[in-house]
Write a protein that binds this ligand. Structure first.
Ligand SMILES: *Cc1c(COP(=O)(O)O)cnc(C)c1O
Length: 368
């Protein structure tokens, strides 16, 4: 008998399946890398902001040295933008890092972590990795059912993950509902409000989560530079919470968890309003392009508030896999979501107009 290493709860973890890298699809299907279109990982189709590229080029000169473990300049930029003290900020190697740190910091093995059905897979992974018990609350219209979540809180619940907007479904919880929910969560339960797609929200839906952080010592707001800011490859995100929460996160994070190029690029990107605006605009245009097509084709989709759309491509359990494979053969990478329990659906990241058009053309041919 071979030796089994590690605890059972670690062995039970299913590996995270990300969007297929372009080079891998080129190899597998014998395609030209330059012609492949990737609409699979909710990356910014504009790539990185020029301001971030310049900042990184300057920071490269110092790469022989360790990064600033306290991220002074980046925290100063966040402080200026969001009007929170530096002591309220945790920098992360992607916001994924913040999510995992929260699980490690606030939950013991056997205690409960809560999240919604069809919410970000990393929540399940973070809970499993620490041997926590998961409370998965059934979704309502593919989004969070906050009433059911409030009622499902147990004595041993220590952490609740909420994504707003949610990935992979794109649903959005209006501010008033979220605020009412926060008021119902017991004070010993930490709520992670994961706002990875916040920058795509139109002005009329924006809300002041930082004001809630001031009001609720158990609230941790998480933001990423991977989506609208176009820095996914650098791995940089941050959390904002009062010191009682932030102190613990900072104690268990790796001292140099955010590299110096990422810190420099993030400072530049945070202040690049023009880039953010352009990203949101191109996203809104692409969303119309997609949803008009889905309406024409009579395909069901979930109205999205992020930079992607979840669309139902067939009625049988193999529909998502089948359409995905057919698209891959034509060099178009999208995201199957069977691992989220949505085998009839695909998640399509909104790209540049010509990328969206290529996807639309391929989809129309496939479904004809
Ligand atoms: C993409 C995403 C993240 C995190 O991405 P990082 O690159 O790790 O910052 C977090 N939450 C949700 C819901 C996401 O979709």
């Amino acid at each position: 008998m071979s030796i089994q290493f590690g605890p059972e709860y670690v062995r039970a973890i299913a590996p995270y399946q990300g969007g297929k890298p372009i080079a891998e699809v080129a190899r597998e299907f014998g395609l030209d890398e330059a012609k492949i279109i990737k609409l699979a990982s909710n990356e910014n189709p504009l790539g990185m902001p020029e301001s971030a590229r310049l900042a990184m080029q300057q920071a490269v000169a110092d790469i022989g040295r360790y990064p600033d473990a306290n991220g002074f300049d980046l925290k100063a930029a966040i402080t200026a933008k969001y009007d929170v003290p530096a002591e309220w900020i945790t920098l992360g190697n992607g916001s994924n890092d913040i999510l995992e740190l929260a699980a490690h910091a606030f939950v013991q093995p056997g205690q409960a972590v809560m999240y919604s059905q069809y919410s970000f897979l990393v929540y399940a992974l973070a809970a499993q990795a620490i041997g926590a018990r998961a409370i998965v609350v059934k979704a309502k219209d593919y989004g969070h059912d906050l009433e059911a979540m409030a009622q499902a809180i147990t004595d041993d619940t220590r952490l609740i993950f909420i994504a707003n907007p949610n990935n992979p479904t794109g649903t959005f919880i209006p501010a008033a509902e979220l605020e009412a929910f926060l008021g119902r969560v017991p004070p010993q339960v930490v709520v992670v409000l994961d706002e990875a797609y916040n920058e795509y929200l139109p002005a009329e839906l924006q809300y002041d989560a930082i004001a809630w952080v001031r009001q609720y010592p158990n609230l941790l707001v998480s933001r990423t530079m991977s989506k609208a800011y176009g820095l996914a490859g650098l791995r940089i995100g941050f959390g904002i919470a009062q010191p009682a929460v932030t102190d613990l996160l900072n104690r268990i994070r790796q001292p140099f968890n955010v590299n110096s190029l990422a810190q420099a690029a993030a400072v530049a990107a945070l202040n690049d309003k023009e880039f953010l605006q352009r990203s949101a605009q191109i996203n809104a245009e692409g969303y119309r392009q997609f949803t008009q097509t889905f309406d024409e084709l009579g395909l069901e989709y979930v109205p999205s508030f992020g930079n992607f759309v979840l669309v139902k491509v067939g009625d049988d359990e193999a529909a998502g896999a089948r359409v995905n494979l057919a698209l891959l053969k034509q060099g178009i990478i999208v995201r199957p979501v069977a691992n989220y329990g949505l085998p009839q659906w695909l998640r399509i990241t909104i790209g540049l107009p010509h990328e969206n058009a290529a996807f639309i053309e391929a989809l129309k041919k496939l479904l004809a």
